[in-house]
Design a protein around this ligand. Sequence first.
Ligand code: HEM
Length: 510
Amino acid sequence: MVEMTKFAPSVEVGVVLASPVLFIIFYALWRVIYNVFLHPLRHFPGPGWAAASDFFKLWVLHTKQQHTLALAAHAKYGPIVRAAPNLLAVNDPRLLPEIYHRRANKTDIFTQAILGEIAPPLECKDWREHAVRRKRVASTFFQTNLLKLEGQVDKCVLEWTDALGTRFADTGKPLNFAGWSQWFAYDTICTLTLGRALGFVREGCDVGNLIKNFHSMAPYAAIVYALPWLCAPVLRSAFLRNIFLPNKMADQAATDKLTEFQTSLAEDREKEKQKVVNNILAAKNEDGKGIEVEEAGADSFILMVLASDTTSGFFCGFVEYVMQTEGVYTRLMAEIAEADRRGDLSSPVATFEEIQKLSYFEACHLEVLRYQPSASILLSRLVGEGGLNLHGKWVPPGTEIGANPHVVNRDKTVFGEDADTFRPDRWLESEDHSQEMERYMLTWGYGTRMCLGKNIATIETYKLLLQFFRLFYISTEEHQGGWRKENLGLITYYDMWLRIKHRVPLPLKP
Ligand code: HEM
């Protein structure tokens, strides 16, 4: 009897402790059974694990190869793949207008807590709210406005090519192009938003470990993107955030730089200089009131991240495919040399207008955009109230649906039978076909949410790459482990080693 009373409480405690655990196990099992056998998307083909649970997305992220896995999945399962219990991935470019229509809402990605408390346009879920926010900043990005900033881009390009000349071409030391192209991209967007660079290129290093800190947040952002329903409660509570989300931005030097960034924004309100951020700050709400500094801060901060890693990924992709595809480097160098010989390129930096006349350069540029889009991630939207009919199958409202630019850009019916091959000439063969390919290329997104920075990115990448190939002979450098590139949403290169030599004497400084 005595023994029984001693034992009884621990049994109760055990039952109490076990019941939530048992509940979670049963609930998880029920979800798997529901997802596989009862879910409205059960008729769509796809990997079994993907249909069973959202956690499959974590495995995909872990591979850092979601673009190649997506290609393989479509090759195996067809044009519409069930990529998660409630997510369909499509590969058919002709379905884009149906998915990315004007009233399509974005899915719940809850990245605000990582990328700033106030959601910038990229993160607006509701199409109406997005339209208002986008309208406020859109005129800033018109090409005519941006061409006024060309001189500022030129200064950044000159500082960068000068640094490369003295540090690497003069000394023969190997150049890590991945780092240097990122530093250029961050400095340039800061110049265009703040009116001055943060100094990455001047100092030849990652100032304040800012980029390292941004990148160390990437896996967390990717998990939030993959499992918003699980991460939302954590992100909403400051207490839980501190426990689960290491504050990678807490590095003192990085915090100082970002504080400086916010202060400059407030100061810029008073100034009348021609800057991208001025337009953001000057933007008006529909009621005529100016937008808050914090809002402009969120817009500008996301601009820095969006603008820099995407463009530097592109710089590296361009160098990789031009250098490693037989015949392309030689032909490109010949075209640039010929243009220089004819006096068609201004010095010290060629103008955007002049570069647009170099047809092979332009073809290489388009082919890299097609072949390796910087944002090789599924761009998801919610199916609206009326549902969708795709390839004869019904897709119910509330389903998440989207396409990965890496997959769409390899479609053989639009881009040709050799779409899996890097071949710039496809852009030179027929005007009509070129236009069709550009219309369906998903690199910049599609519809009303298309990249706002397309024009900035084009000006920046034209100028930097043209000058790089114009001023230097480039050769690839063997490196232990090879060049490394990873995809956690954006294609990011590490350790991309090159050797460069002066091609023509460096032009006079301005
Ligand atoms: C090669 C470079 C770039 C690529 C490939 C790229 C790609 C993209 C893509 C695919 C989207 C659409 C995302 C979605 O539908 O969910 C997007 C949106 C956006 N991009 Fe870019 N981007 C690049 C450079 C830039 C630059 C330089 C800036 C700014 C200066 C920028 C600013 C933005 C903004 C603000 C949005 C959100 C637009 C909206 O939701 O209305 N991007 N970008």
